[in-house]
Write a new protein. Structure first.
Length: 185
């Protein structure tokens, strides 16, 4: 059990039988009323985010989330297939569970799949990935690292902003949390 006082971003709790991720939690006191915890929660089934105020002593069932190492195999329409590397069992995740992480998935990439009671909740990518630039405007002599940026299409189809000196066929590192250029590989 966890109380509202212990809410931290990233915790996953059960509210009315549904799993919710805590996005934000703030403890507030007022002179006239008692203390409250204002929490921003994300429904893991629907993806809806809502705000709710709780008393600090309100208790909730904390969900146990298991991280399984899996290998990305391929995607077919809106389903992404992953394989458990220890049992070779394959699972398919809907596009909604994969989310924005899909634009950085490469065949054979190892990811963590979040599981609760043997049902997948989503994926966690490594902090950075190395991807090949398939197309970008050519660089011009004299372009420097501080000269600006231009769009580049990566091998996964994602489009990111890169410095002017990056060329087609370069391998670059991308920060998967922000989607920003991180450096050359």
């Amino acid at each position: 059990m966890i109380t509202a006082r212990q809410f931290r971003p990233g915790n996953i709790v059960e509210v009315n039988g549904v799993l919710h991720a805590i996005v934000e939690a703030q403890h507030a006191k007022s002179a006239q009323r008692g203390a409250v915890v204002r929490a921003k929660l994300k429904n893991l089934d629907t993806g809806a985010i809502f705000e709710q105020a709780y008393r600090p002593e309100d208790s909730f069932q904390q969900a146990y989330i298991e991280q399984k190492k899996m290998q990305f195999l391929y995607h077919d329409n809106s389903v992404y297939y992953f394989m458990d590397q220890s049992t070779y069992e394959q699972i398919g995740l809907n596009e909604s569970l994969v989310g924005d992480s899909a634009k950085f998935l490469k065949d054979g990439m190892e990811v963590d799949v979040s599981m609760h009671d043997a049902s997948p909740l989503g994926i966690i990518l490594p902090p950075s990935v190395k991807l090949k630039v398939t197309y970008t405007e050519p660089g011009i002599k004299g372009d420097t690292a501080k000269g600006g940026s231009k769009p580049a299409t990566l091998e996964t189809g994602a489009v990111v902003k890169v410095p002017l000196f990056v060329n087609t066929d370069d391998i670059i590192k991308i920060d998967t949390r922000t989607g920003d250029y991180y450096g050359r590989a």
